[in-house]
Design a protein around this ligand. Structure first.
Ligand code: GLU
Length: 435
């Protein structure tokens, strides 16, 4: 038998599925991939090729800390696949990163790029560190040494990093500079998500949240919901959640709840998102003590009686424990991997339309692609052009995934995998295996 049994097969064979609420992210990517592979009747060789990361780099990063002592950090860069083009994906800084997470995130980048039709493969990087406890100087030295260690990996035609959790435009600027110093030419296209002064694209910061808004509106149309009558809850008020909340409110939705690390904030009459954004900026980056709303828990936010739920925080938020209590009609996954495989089944049974991460948050990499194109042309687009093209590509990607999921009578998540894996498999067939 070419494929390992996954949750769907276990259901058919009546084996009790293990209840896992904190999944191994690479395994959970594979379980969805398995279902798509079967629908596509992918031959076992292609299956093995497409599921296996092309290269895994693990690097030790010495940093002279502000106290003068050297501290070692562990960094990763996983290139999942380069079939459609140079590999692309963000770098995250967090204390609890592990290799399986980076491998899953790298694979998701491959599928994401294929779904929106940008000519990139997938990659992801990570460094185990706690950026909240590090000074700006320590973060700069960490970033520069990580880049120097991976100097042969990165390149505008090889592997192009971008921001992800706890990394930003400044960190991209340090990568650009370090890379350019080593290669002895200014290479702006080696990273995306950099400051606009250094070749960044207008609209890149807002791109992921804007893409979430695009696909949410498309899903509302499918369900005959009117944006003006829809209520929304957003988990996470970072770059993705805050922009998605703001843009959905601009479209007429009533955003009744948002949350951050300090918990959830609920107001049945609708929250003033602009006010929340200014509040968080002036309150050391948290919503703590915000008074124009009732304080609720993260768990309560997820199960509110709303039309749309946008999980835009982190992995494993919607699990077998709370999926049955979710009342939203649409879930638009701003975060990567917020829903476990078991939760997917419950949501499917309950008729919740889940717009999967690899579609819903692909707006970021789409505008990263626009940035890379602009850097290479040396000609920069207006914000209007960036947004218009992004909206068009996200809508088209939604329609494509929706059509595939209808055709095979599967969820949009499985539809998204079928579309993505099918595209990459076709390209592999054309390229063939170099021997
Ligand atoms: N880190 C973002 C993601 O997960 C963006 C990656 C990119 O722009 O390359 O999609």
């Amino acid at each position: 038998m070419p494929f390992k049994r996954n949750v769907y097969e276990r259901a058919i064979y009546k084996e009790p599925a293990p209840i896992r609420d904190h999944e191994n992210p690479f395994e959970s990517m594979k379980e969805r991939f398995d279902v798509a592979a079967r629908i596509l009747e992918l031959n076992p060789g292609f299956y093995e090729y497409l599921v296996t990361p092309t290269r895994i780099h693990i690097t030790a990063i010495p940093v002279v800390m502000d106290n003068g002592l050297i501290k070692m950090f562990e960094g990763y860069r996983v290139i999942h696949n380069e079939i459609l083009g140079p590999s692309k994906g963000g770098i995250r800084y967090a204390p609890d990163i592990n290799l399986d997470e980076v491998k899953a995130l790298a694979a998701w980048m491959t599928w994401k790029c294929a779904i929106v039709g940008v000519p990139f493969g997938g990659a992801k990087g990570g460094v185990i560190c706690n950026p909240r406890e590090m000074s700006e100087g320590e973060l700069e030295r960490l970033t520069r040494r990580y880049t120097a260690n991976l100097i042969d990996v990165f390149g505008p035609d090889k592997d192009i990093p971008a921001p992800d959790m706890n990394t930003n435009a400044q960190i991209m600027a340090w990568i650009l500079d370090t890379y350019s110093m080593h290669t002895r030419n200014t290479s702006t296209a080696v990273v995306t998500g950099k400051p606009t002064e250094l070749g960044g694209s207008l609209g890149r910061v807002e791109a992921t949240g804007r893409g979430v808004m695009d696909v949410t509106l498309a899903a509302m149309e499918q369900l005959n919901l009117n944006a003006n009558e829809c209520t929304v809850a957003v988990q996470g008020f970072g770059n993705v959640g805050s922009v998605a909340a703001k843009l959905l409110a601009q479209q007429g939705c009533k955003v009744v709840a948002v949350s951050d690390v300090t918990g959830g904030y609920y107001n049945a009459n609708g929250l003033d998102i602009d006010q929340l954004i200014s509040y968080i900026r002036s309150n050391k980056g948290t919503l703590e003590n915000y008074t124009e709303a009732e304080h609720i828990s993260n768990e309560e936010l997820l199960t509110l009686d709303v039309d749309v739920l946008v999980p835009a925080a982190k992995e494993d938020q919607i699990t077998s424990k709370n999926a049955g209590d979710i009342r939203a009609k649409i879930i638009a996954e701003g975060a990567n991997g917020p829903t476990t495989t078991r939760a997917d089944e419950i949501l499917k049974e309950n008729g919740v339309l889940v717009i999967p991460d690899i579609l819903a948050n692909a707006g970021g990499v789409t505008v990263s692609y626009f940035e890379w194109v602009q850097d290479r042309m040396g000609y920069f687009w207006t914000l209007e052009r960036v947004n218009k093209r992004l909206d068009r590509m996200m809508r088209a990607a939604f329609d494509d995934v929706y059509a595939v999921s209808r055709k095979h009578d599967v969820t949009m998540r499985i539809g998204a995998y079928v579309l993505a894996v099918g595209k990459v498999a076709d390209a592999l067939r054309m390229r063939g295996i170099y021997a």
